[in-house]
Design a protein around this ligand. Sequence first.
Ligand code: TYM
Length: 327
Amino acid sequence: MRILSGIRSSGQLTIANYLGAISQFIALQNEHECFYFIADLHAITTPYDPKTFSHNVLDVAAMYLAFGLDPLKTTMFLQSLIPEHTQLQWLLATITPMGELERMTQYKEKTHQGDPADVGLFMYPVLMAADILLYKPQAVPVGEDQVQHVELTRSIAEKFNKRFGETFPLPEPKTLDKAFSRIKSLQDPAKKMSKSDDNQKASIGLMDTPEQIRAKMKSAVTDSKKDIVFNPNKKPAISNLLTIASGFSGLPITMLEQQFKGASYADFKMAVADMIIEKLTPMHEKYYELIKDKKKLKNLLVDHSHKAQVIASETLKEVQEKMGLAL
Ligand code: TYM
């Protein structure tokens, strides 16, 4: 099966990006033909600093590799190196109804937060549809917040196939384990954990130090009563922490409930912090090694982008021909 997914290079990635996306990417690479990319063109739809931007891109590349993405098995490319993405975006925009884009939750949330509602933010899901459809993948592993965009991609693909002839297989949003598809904020379990949250304590960054992780866990909100049980309706905060603990330790939630029976919330939170630290420490070591050689990382991205572009340009040509754009 062909798999494709991407991550925006906007600021520090969080443990939610790891549990909801990166850990799945790694798990899928042995069985499938995988394409994972860095969505730098999506990252510029929110405020950013051009001076540090290329560092953010290499940062994501180093993190993919440090977590175990194998460049011999997987194609890891950079979106902006492949102009076919923006070319196909325009073609798809001509068959995408405004109303469907206006309904996108992420767009509505961002505009409500007061971000400038520019056309780039509005077109974001059409670029995402182009990212996906260029490679004709069967599945797209994403967290819950991106499922709506993958569904829109299916609807654009269906419309294209109907109007211009069978071209795109319909991609499925794929979540390996649904439990990790919506990790919640440590400060408010009603909200998702997000790298753009203004409250620094709401999320744990993948590059946070052990001290920062312990401090954030210490201040994580808990629920009423004292028992450590999984019940997302009655105990949303503790259930979120149990989910995080399960993702980082690899242990099932029922086993963790047993293990922490009778423990205080404070002790439980410190134990979860330790599980995260144990996983992230070896990743940090690899990351710092990889980021030393920026040229090597850059060459890898360029090289893999060339490989991806071969497929992208074939699809674009097919689309242009079907749309009557070829002379
Ligand atoms: P991004 O960079 O916001 O997030 C990267 C991945 O992390 C997942 N994620 C979460 N998973 C679980 N719990 C959370 N709280 C959580 N927060 C984020 C996201 O669902 C995502 O899978 N538009 C995309 C990038 C993109 C893309 C694509 C993805 C661009 N083109 C094509 C797939 C296919 C984004 O901004 O993800």
